[in-house]
Design a protein around this ligand. Structure first.
Ligand SMILES: [Zn+2]
Length: 266
């Protein structure tokens, strides 16, 4: 499932590494980790988020490394606010940063980027129509069903549910995601199927499987089981390779970046 073998950078540990869910003609995509950059302290080392207190020169060097790997791609981002808004990105607004937790586009040459530390990064592609999407699904976004909003935005753009492929990247797992039991109850009310994706914890607490709940939401939207995949480990368990806010005292952490887009072949 983890397609590191296809990534030429994997042979050079000093290079950033991306878990690649699909190898499709013209498609560039991957779930990022924390290795291969120059940032220090809680941002070590491949932090691409320039708005969380990291040294701007280190972030710039990390971006230079990403751009070396994907020289023809222009990175697009949104200001993630734990909502369920999904922006349609046109060539004209690719440089703007608006509040949203999802993006979809039909424009080649753009890399839609989402940033996570324990939340679920979700990448989507319709290979035939060359449409892509990227979502950020923390527990708030999952409770608001951003997965369904993402599928709807892809369909509005022309994607077919039957051929839409969706991958969920490294995120905090049911092993580690301890929440108040009230939150489990909120999920059970909103999505009865989510009850299967929690387990009991200490009194008043429980553990949630965010990726499994997002998968259930995607299945409910008509995404075929064979077109759904989970890639990579629990971020907290694998904190050496992935940023995890829950793994560090105080919660200060860099963010890994995951992206998707088609190259512009014209
Ligand atoms: Zn874990």
């Amino acid at each position: 499932m983890n397609d590191l073998g296809s990534n030429p950078a994997a042979a050079h540990p000093e290079q950033p590494q991306f878990l690649t869910p699909w190898m499709l003609p013209g498609l560039r995509c991957g779930f990022g980790g924390r290795l291969g950059g120059v940032s220090a302290g809680p941002f070590a080392s491949f932090n691409l988020a320039g708005w969380i207190g990291d040294d701007p020169s280190a972030v710039a060097e990390n971006w230079r490394r990403w751009q070396m790997m994907y020289p023809t791609m222009a990175a697009v981002r949104s200001n993630q606010v734990h909502g369920a808004r999904v922006r349609k990105i046109t060539r004209a607004d690719a440089a703007s940063v608006e509040d949203a937790d999802g993006m979809v586009t039909a424009v080649a040459g753009l890399a839609l980027c989402v940033y996570t530390a324990d939340c679920v990064p979700i990448l989507m592609v319709d290979p035939e129509r060359r449409l892509v999407g990227a979502l950020h699904a923390g527990w708030r976004g999952t409770l608001r069903n951003i997965a369904a909003a993402g599928v709807a935005a892809m369909v509005r753009l022309g994607a077919r549910r039957e051929t839409l492929r969706v991958a969920l990247g490294p995120a905090i797992g049911r092993c580690c995601f301890e929440v108040d039991h009230e939150l489990v109850d909120d999920f059970a009310r909103a999505f009865p199927a989510s009850a299967r994706h929690s387990r009991a914890g200490k009194p008043g607490k429980a553990y949630l499987d965010l990726r499994a709940i997002n998968c259930a939401q995607l299945s409910a939207e008509g995404i075929a089981r064979q077109n759904l995949m989970q890639v990579g480990p629990c971020t907290r368990c694998a904190n050496a390779q992935f940023f995890s806010r829950r793994a560090v005292p105080g919660g200060t952490s860099g963010l890994q970046m995951s992206f998707i887009g088609f190259v512009d072949e014209d």
